[in-house]
Design a protein around this ligand. Structure first.
Ligand SMILES: [Zn+2]
Length: 238
């Protein structure tokens, strides 16, 4: 058996192992699980964001409520002052006008602050509804997620023996491969999922590029590593 034959056999075993492992990672259940996981993560971050905004808004409500109370007290004070001025025979018309406009100013501020407060409360009510709806949607998705995860774990468990056998086979064949070849193969595999290609019709089986006759001959000799000039895969011919 020449050097490249051993590498090819190892390569085939590695491809088989990759295929089995990839198969488990891409079953319909697993793909659905991945999608659901992304959905749940997104929901969670949205829920956290709404919660933060709610906290901020609740602080605003608290501040505005205190302000309304203060302004109402100020309003009462202004009203009693106005009464004093009104009942004082020595008060001038100008003083009365000033006191009245002072009350009006405070009343206007009360109205504005109240409006702000109601807006903030309405915002909170809407956000709470949204939060609840999102939360119940997320909890339904979580249930579905748990079922799917159990299915995926079952699939994984079922695939284990075949994967273990394929790994054992690859490990065994690896021992027959020359260290230099193995190193090269492992390096190329970091760039190509399938790092070795057969030569067919004077073409690289990996990228279909036509190969010069000299290259095809060198590959056929089976002596050393010949890489495809185009894609860099290790070429092999039986
Ligand atoms: Zn190629």
């Amino acid at each position: 058996m020449n050097k490249l034959n051993a590498l090819w056999l190892y390569h085939e075993a590695v491809c088989e192992l990759d295929k089995l492992e990839m198969g488990v990672r891409s079953t319909p259940s697993r793909l659905k699980l991945n999608k659901l996981h992304a959905f749940l993560t997104e929901q969670q971050s949205q829920l956290t964001s709404i919660q933060k905004q709610l906290d901020t808004k609740e602080a605003v409500v608290e501040r505005l409520t205190a302000k309304v109370n203060e302004l109402e007290k100020a309003c009462e004070l202004e009203a009693s002052e106005f009464e004093v001025i009104q009942n004082d025979e020595e008060s001038t018309a100008a003083e009365l006008t000033e006191a009245r406009s002072s009350i009006e100013k405070v009343l206007k501020e009360v109205a504005e602050t109240r409006r702000e407060l109601f807006d903030a409360i309405a915002w909170i009510e809407k956000a709470v509804t949204e939060y609840r709806e999102m939360g119940s949607k997320a909890s339904r998705a979580k249930k579905e997620y748990d079922v799917l995860r159990a299915e995926c774990e079952k699939e994984q468990e079922e695939a284990k023996p075949a994967i273990a056998a394929a790994r054992e086979k690859a490990d065994k064949l690896k021992k027959d491969v020359e260290a230099v070849l193995l190193e090269k193969y492992t390096f190329i595999k970091t760039r190509h999922a399938v790092p070795m290609a057969k030569v067919a019709n004077n073409q690289c089986g990996g990228c279909n590029m036509s190969l010069p006759t000299s290259v095809v001959k060198r590959v056929a000799s089976g002596d050393g590593i010949v890489e495809c000039e185009n894609c860099g895969r290790i070429l092999y011919t039986e």
